[in-house]
Design a binder for this molecule. Structure first.
Ligand code: GLA
Length: 734
């Protein structure tokens, strides 16, 4: 049973194939967390609550309520009554008092998984999922809080959300509504997070967990370049193959906080939700507030197992695009080729050359609209600049199609330039605090997407462009963080809702786009990878990973990204050398091998490549067609890591039927006088025979002794090694 309720013991168990998550009701009605870990075969686990230990439950010892609350492993802790660890929930009533006492009321079990209104979330059928709703109430405020858990029966993942309903006669202010809390005893945990900066996104960091609070967060209005809505607690012996991992990932693209706190009693609390800074939601009588979803994954088989669980969950239960299992077109984007300096002739020349080499789609990036010839103007004026693109968009698209290529286009719909017709007409549409100057970033302001008329007007402009020509792809960009948070339309006591309302506006626009243009391939982007999160994956099957296209920098970015997200969603392109971001020269072959770990494409002026390089493009596009399904749908294994060793990087994907695999190896720093290097493979069938470079091996020897790496002479050299069954063409069933 995925959800098992022991009525007598007042214990709820959520069972996935290999994990159990357990919650209990203590006698005075508080919800306590009992257990999360390897699957249990009994529900007789109430003793784990240690109810006989002092300071006992409050009913038995009224004198020590405070101490009790500060020690009990709480399922959904709240502010104000005596638990001084980070709370998950904080409410203020109209009189200004901040406290609640949520007590267990009832539960229900549903087949399947209900959606979350206006928000992205994982999904699944009645056969695949079971949902448990536990309702708690605060009788004084007449507030009902539903803790929602969904169990994916074939995957070791549990999702959580929280829905608050005001049943009272007075409004209340929600000041914090986290989506998940997990209390555990410390096991010398270490914390893993993904950190970075522009062009350096999602580098993996692992650090010991000390006493006090360690948090990962963003209140920039986006999930951000710098920190990432993912956190994992691991035991110090955890490796790719062994050890325990407790991971949380937030299905949301705005402000977030993930925090681990080690208490005086050596308990650890992991929490995740919307960042409370800048958040207050006025909840009127009869209304609901829905907190975004957190995905929890537990693995007792190391980080690799956690990664593969996230990949399977996101491929099968988050990404909705019809392109998910389709081979994505190999695209060429003109950004690094031309920046703003292009016209229709240049684009057609690129398309003509690219089509000869196996590339399938031209993406026209920034600079085609308004009077934009630099990043100083025109965001919001989504009309084609016909001085630049003579003959208009329809003509250009038809000319590109004549070369055999599809056509894609760039938008940055959430923005407004001070120098734009839109801003002249509607200066109040920018996010702003009246009387205060609006801070610019990249010479632009942000549109107030909490206003329905703004959402409608911008959507309409995009819709007109998309209907005016045969457009197959949209790159949806977002190039600045949010500041001077104010909406001229929201009343004073709702200004604290702006960050979240902004995100709801973005989600609404993307939902409309994918519904109205179901065949459109949408790629999200945010100054590179500032919004590479599960919220965005619900709308777009691929996201631009980083503005850094240097193959060596990409090793760390892609390792961190692939820790959680499937390779099929990582936008990765081959660009020219010296690289525009770091000035590094790397072999063309290596740039291709690294970009092939994602949705493959090019970002260069293909008309300027040498004949030798063009031949390599032909080879790479053919390889991509051969391996695309294996890379996109196979199981991912990390063999070694440049971020750990500083020397080499290696990953592999194995088809689900274990018949076929591809190993990608990069020698970053060649070593003089080095011995042969053998790399042990992973994920194969030990007793099966595999062919590698024309010779036959068993899976057993490939995994225990390994294969020889040949590219060890020369910095930045790389190779792809195919492993397949000795007879017949490999087939990847996904
Ligand atoms: C962002 C994107 C780039 C490019 C530029 C255009 O930086 O990440 O890929 O589209 O904007 O202005």
């Amino acid at each position: 049973m995925p959800v098992n309720v022991n009525e007598k013991e007042k214990v709820f168990l959520l069972n996935t194939p290999k994990t159990t998550y357990a919650i209990g009701v203590v006698d005075d009605g508080f919800l306590a967390h009992i257990y999360y870990g390897k699957r249990l075969n009994t529900s007789d686990i109430r003793y784990l609550l240690k109810e006989e230990d002092p300071p006992y439950i409050p009913e038995k010892n009224k004198r020590e309520e405070n101490a009790f609350l500060d020690q009990l492993p709480m399922e959904y802790p709240e502010t104000g009554m005596g638990d001084y660890r980070e709370s998950a929930f904080c409410v203020r009533n109209m009189e200004g008092f901040r406290a609640s006492e949520l007590k267990y009321d009832r539960y229900e079990i549903l087949k399947g998984k209900p959606g979350l209104e206006g928000l992205p979330a994982t999904w699944g059928s009645d056969e695949e999922c079971t949902t448990l709703n536990i309702f708690c109430v605060d009788t004084l405020l007449d507030l009902e809080v539903c803790l929602r858990y969904t169990v994916f029966e074939q995957l070791d993942a549990v999702t959580r959300s929280v829905i608050v309903k005001n049943n009272g006669h007075q409004s209340v202010y929600l000041e914090k509504v986290f989506s998940a809390c997990l209390d555990m005893e410390d096991r010398d945990f270490e914390m893993i997070g993904l950190f970075g900066s522009w062009a350096r996104e999602r580098h993996l960091q692992r650090r010991p967990l000390g006493y006090g609070r360690q948090n990962i967060s963003s209140f920039k209005g986006e999930s951000s370049h710098q920190e990432h809505p993912f956190a994992a607690l691991v035991t110090s012996d955890t490796t790719q193959e062994a050890g325990e991992v407790y991971a949380m990932n937030f299905v949301y693209s705005g402000n977030f906080m993930a925090q681990a706190e080690k208490s005086q009693f050596d308990s650890v609390r992991l929490t995740m939700g919307i960042h409370p800074e800048g958040f207050t939601w006025k909840l009127d009588p009869g209304k609901y507030f829905t907190a975004p979803e957190v995905v929890m994954v537990y693995s007792s088989e190391g980080l690799g197992k956690m990664t593969r669980t996230f990949h399977d969950l996101y491929r099968d239960h988050l990404i909705r695009s019809p392109y998910l299992h389709r081979e994505r077109p190999i695209l060429i984007n003109n950004w690094e080729a031309t920046y703003f300096d292009f016209d229709e002739k240049k684009l057609i020349d690129i398309a003509r050359e690219a089509s000869q080499l196996g590339i399938e789609m031209l993406v026209m990036d920034d600079g085609w609209f308004g009077h934009r010839s630099s990043d100083d103007s025109s965001l919001g004026d989504w009309q084609v600049n016909e001085e630049k693109l003579k003959g208009g968009l329809h003509h250009l698209v038809e000319e590109v199609k004549k070369t055999g290529m599809k056509f894609g286009i760039w938008f940055e719909p959430e923005m407004i330039s001070p120098d734009s017709d839109l801003f002249k007409k509607h200066p109040d549409w920018a996010i702003q605090i009246p009387g205060r100057h609006i801070t610019q970033s990249r010479a632009q302001y942000v549109l107030d997407l909490s206003r329905q008329e703004v959402v409608d007007a911008v959507y309409k402009m995009m819709e007109n462009v998309l209907k005016s020509a045969d457009i197959s792809y949209v790159k949806w960009d977002m190039n600045r963080q949010l500041t001077t948070m104010g909406s001229v339309c929201l009343p004073p006591d709702r200004q604290g809702e702006l960050f979240h309302r902004y995100m709801l506006g973005v989600y609404q626009m993307q939902e409309r786009l994918v519904r109205e243009f179901p065949d459109l391939l949408l790629e999200n982007c945010s100054g590179g990878g500032a919004r590479f999160d599960p919220g965005m994956l619900y709308y777009s099957p691929q996201i631009w990973c980083s503005d850094d296209t240097d193959a060596i920098e990409r090793l760390k970015i892609q390792e961190g990204t692939a820790l959680v997200y499937p390779l099929s969603c990582m936008g990765a392109h081959v660009s020219v050398c010296p690289n525009h971001t770091v000035g590094r020269n790397t072999p063309f072959e290596t740039r291709g091998n690294v970009a092939m770990a994602g949705t493959f494409g090019y970002e260069l002026d293909i008309t300027k490549l040498s004949e030798e390089e063009k031949e390599m493009v032909r080879h790479q596009t053919a390889s991509y067609h051969r391996y695309h399904k294996l890379i996109a749908e196979g199981d991912y294994y990390r063999l070694c890591s440049f971020s750990e060793t500083g020397e080499e990087d290696c990953w592999m994907t194995v088809s689900k039927d274990k018949c076929w695999a591809l190993v990608s190896y990069v020698c970053v720093l060649a070593k003089p006088n080095a011995k042969s290097r053998f790399l042990r493979l992973k994920g194969l069938e030990p007793d099966r025979k595999y062919e590698v470079r024309g010779k036959i091996y068993t899976g057993n020897i490939l995994m225990n002794a390994g294969i020889k790496i040949e590219s060890r002479q020369g910095d930045f050299r790389s190779e792809q090694i195919e492993i397949n069954e000795p007879d017949g063409e490999p087939v990847c069933d996904g």
